[in-house]
Write a new protein. Structure first.
Length: 318
């Protein structure tokens, strides 16, 4: 769906550039609805969490440096961006910004376009364009505090995904620079359970450069974990560590779900308003504890990412 630039209030929160949010009355970060908005002044009054690295997906606003700097100024220790549109294969050239980006303490992650598909035969045009985008984005982040996140793929097979990964020039990258995101398991999506992810990592020979991005809504929707107890959540992370090394999961996309467990629908909801964390915060705090112990970044992709960021900092630090 193409969104009009002048209709800021109708956009999901993470698609609104920070400059448009701060240009609203009272310098408010407008997300889905104004009553959930958070002013810049309120953001700056929030003490950054000492225990967890948390932030949100934000829209590129001018240069990447300025975008990440604004996230850092409101206390975010991590964030995520698209370097181009989510529905195309173009990506912004940020090579001139690399040196200035190194001066920031906030880690940022680049989400590859949603049209990228590693699950197509290697000679397929979509697979070729996917590899070209990933190689370009990996060349930018290889020596920066961040990574590239891409969905595992669909339509084809795990062997196709492995073939495309082997053709990528990632062996010169620092560790854990390309993160495979688990899907919700709809249709022909690949990698929606632990066994498929295990087979995929077994099929490639450079797993030091590969890691995992765990989306909580996808994980819940696929039935892989309900996040109901500390024990079940630890079990999941231990299983994923056994697949891809001692630090299997590098990033968690922190999203609630609009639908019940195992629904196979990819629809995110704000924290406390969905089916995962609607009753209490115990299991959410357990997830944060696991992330703190393992050095994981948490990135919100909810309808109200900045409002949820405020809530998460308050919950954990309290």
């Amino acid at each position: 769906m193409k969104l009009k630039k002048d209709n800021v209030q109708s956009k999901p929160g993470w698609m609104i550039p920070l400059s448009q949010r701060t240009s609203l009355p009272l310098a408010r970060f407008a997300c889905c609805c104004t009553h959930n908005a958070m002013s810049l002044e309120e953001c700056l009054l929030l003490p950054p969490s000492e225990g967890i690295r948390i932030g949100s997906h934000i829209c590129l606003d001018g240069t990447l440096y300025n975008t990440v700097k604004k996230a850092q100024d409101i206390g975010m220790k991590t964030c995520q961006v698209y370097l181009g549109g989510s529905k195309g294969y173009t990506t912004r050239d940020i090579a001139p910004e690399i040196e200035t980006l190194k001066t920031l303490s906030t880690r940022f992650h680049v989400h590859a376009p949603l049209v990228c598909n590693l699950g197509r035969p290697a000679m397929d045009d979509i697979a070729t364009r996917t590899r070209n985008v990933l190689e370009k984005e990996l060349s930018y982040v290889t020596h920066l505090p961040g990574s590239v996140v891409v969905h595992v793929g669909a339509v084809g097979s795990l062997n196709d995904v492995a073939d495309n990964l082997r053709l990528l020039h990632v062996k010169g990258c620092d560790t854990r620079k390309l993160l495979l995101e688990n899907p919700v398991g709809a249709g022909t999506q690949l990698g929606s359970n632990v066994e498929e992810l295990r087979k995929l990592f077994e099929a490639v020979d450079f797993t030091d450069q590969l890691g995992l991005c765990l989306d909580t809504q996808h994980t819940f929707g696929s039935g892989m974990c309900d996040f109901g107890t500390y024990e079940s959540t630890v079990r999941l992370f231990d299983e994923l560590d056994s697949i891809s090394g001692t630090r299997g999961v590098s990033v968690v996309h922190l999203n609630d779900s609009m639908h019940p467990l195992s629904h196979k629908k990819d629809e995110h909801q704000s924290i406390h308003q969905g089916h995962i964390w609607h009753s209490d915060d115990d299991s959410l705090i357990s997830l944060f504890d696991i992330g703190k112990d393992r050095g994981i970044d948490f990135v919100l992709e909810t309808p109200d990412p900045l409002g949820d960021y405020r809530k998460m900092v308050s919950i954990y630090d309290d």
